[in-house]
Write a protein that binds this ligand. Structure first.
Ligand code: 6CM
Length: 259
């Protein structure tokens, strides 16, 4: 039995900026981010996860779940990529200036509120997928880092994470336009592993590997045929994770390593 339980809330608070801590969203951000980190770190656990994509180091699992006839299958993906850090991974996922470069499902992205350097509120319109109606989403996004429990030495890099979670915005009511509002909770987490061979000398990109966990639960908000939705996810999630990680490798290859 586990005797000590990590207080993720405390660790997330320690990493947060003052502007985030003071915002009315903070209690929710802390709760959702803690819950997402806890479950991303848990691995596959006992749930009925089925492997539906395997491509090199990348593995994607889903649980088939429907709510009110809508597919809301939770997704859990793991991947390992050489040459980048968890911090770099989450940097390019979080900051809006890079999003159009890698997000293939995007029609438009707007920053509704930059609450702080580590918390941003977005409105996104996604590309229409035939035969369903177009979707949009409003969500806060929070960038954080916590000490690595598997590697407790003082100088070991932190685990970095970006969490996106839907929020209602009076300025952007759901189903106001021609889009159907989707609801999402997503975490992208990166743990940096440093090769023991690098000890005592300057670190090179060849010495580092990023262990990635990506979990997503997306409620499509309104009717969409289950088979089409599952086919879209099976195509789009692997495409996203491959394209995005290749993008981070390309962006960072000539930059100093940011642990
Ligand atoms: O996590 C990803 N992207 C983030 C930044 O954009 C953010 C976005 C999440 C939206 C994910 C939903 C996209 C699916 C839109 C189409 C829905 C169509 C329904 C009708 C089909 C019949 O967290 C990467 C997201 C990768 C998406 C596969």
């Amino acid at each position: 039995a586990q005797t000590t339980q990590t207080n993720w809330g405390e660790l997330i608070r320690a990493a947060a900026t003052n502007a985030s801590l003071k915002h009315t969203y903070w209690p929710e951000i802390e709760r959702v981010v803690a819950e997402q980190i806890r479950s991303a770190r848990m691995g596959l656990g006992k749930g009925a996860w089925q492997l539906f994509v395997e491509d090199g180091e990348m593995k994607m699992y889903r649980r088939e779940v429907e709510e009110d006839g809508l597919v809301v299958d939770p997704l859990k993906a793991t991947h390992q990529v050489k040459g980048i850090t968890g911090r770099e991974l989450c940097h390019y996922f979080f900051y809006p200036e890079y999003r159009y470069d890698w997000e293939g499902t995007l029609e438009t992205m707007n920053v509704v509120d930059k609450i702080a350097e580590d918390t941003i509120v977005f409105h996104q319109i996604h590309k229409r997928i035939w035969p369903a109606a177009q979707r949009d989403a409003t969500f806060w996004s929070h960038l954080t880092h916590v000490p690595d429990e598997d590697n407790k030495s003082e100088d070991s890099p932190h685990i970095w994470a970006t969490v996106n979670s839907s929020v209602e915005l009076p300025s952007h009511p759901p189903n106001g336009g021609k889009q159907v509002r989707i609801y999402l909770t997503i975490i992208l987490m990166g743990q940096t592993i440093i090769s023991p061979a690098a000890k005592g000398r300057e670190l090179k990109r060849d010495d580092i590997t990023c262990k990635i966990t990506y979990c997503a639960v997306v409620n499509p908000g309104g009717w969409a045929p289950s088979s089409v939705l599952r086919a879209v996810y099976k195509r789009e999630y692997p495409k996203f994770l491959k394209r995005f990680t290749a993008y981070v490798i390309e962006k960072t290859k000539n930059l100093p390593i940011k642990l």
